[in-house]
Design a protein around this ligand. Sequence first.
Ligand code: NAD
Length: 290
Amino acid sequence: MKVGFIGLGNMGAPMAQNLAKAGHDVTGFDLQAPCPEGVSKAETAAGAAKGQDVVITMLPNGAILRSVADEIIPAMDKGAVLLDCSTVDVESARAVAEQAEAAGVMAVDAPVSGGVGGASGGTLTFMAGGRQEAFAKVNPLFDVMGQKAVHCGDSGAGQSAKICNNMILGVTMIATCEAFALADKLGLDRQKMFDVVSTSSGYSWTMNAYCPAPGVGPTSPADNDYQPGFAAELMLKDLRLSQQAAEAVDADTPMGHSATDLYAQFVEQEGGKGMDFSAMLPRFEKRHRG
Ligand code: NAD
């Protein structure tokens, strides 16, 4: 397929490279980042979008997505698909899809789970929103960039699934970290804590696959001085998106709200920026009740 790829950062570059390696004809554009090997460079976003079967965007946020969409949708062929893989607010995803459809372009919002490792290894999970016809057209690209793609519903459904998943992730990481900090103060050995919880009803992805305690469980960012991994500020971004969505539909999400406040405090006042989101554990260790 002929593919345009806009946003060649930490995630976009390896995704575009995997598509090129699989034999797709990929043209890339980024304001700053260089094109990875095998990807031809366009001089503008519109240049990367023109004449393509599919145009993929992998951008930092909804405002940037909307401004790039203004530029590329008029340049795209009718019947082509705009595939946005960024994590953005549901409202922006729906607005861009509407704008695309009005111009005869199909749109799919398909944020990813799996991080930079998943992007490089081609093992991402995609959660997609948009028409079935559009999903079917981009499915072969999902097969190259990832291991699983779930069609979640209409436009915005991919972003909805992503922020609900990541709200669970943020809340669960905090619960796991505060339980470890409590166990420490109760004099419980961390390995014993892991051995029990990872096979009991408190088990979770954060405990079993991404344990925030160094030297315990599988290798995780905790074993590398909490270098990300998944940075605390990205967790905060996703939690804020969950709260923005909750407010828009009047959903009661008290745990998501508390997790957002805690990550905001951690990132903005307590030096958590640039650390992995599991560094909540050393944060709790240092603190006392009240
Ligand atoms: P990044 O900052 O490394 O890359 C974003 C790229 O977009 C940059 O290279 C930037 O120069 C480019 N860009 C910004 N404005 C542009 C414009 N107007 N035109 C063209 N290019 C522009 O970010 P990333 O880590 O690659 O993340 C991209 C998206 O994926 C984000 O929405 C993020 O939330 C999501 N995501 C990231 C991860 C992760 O682990 N990094 C995991 C899942 C989802």
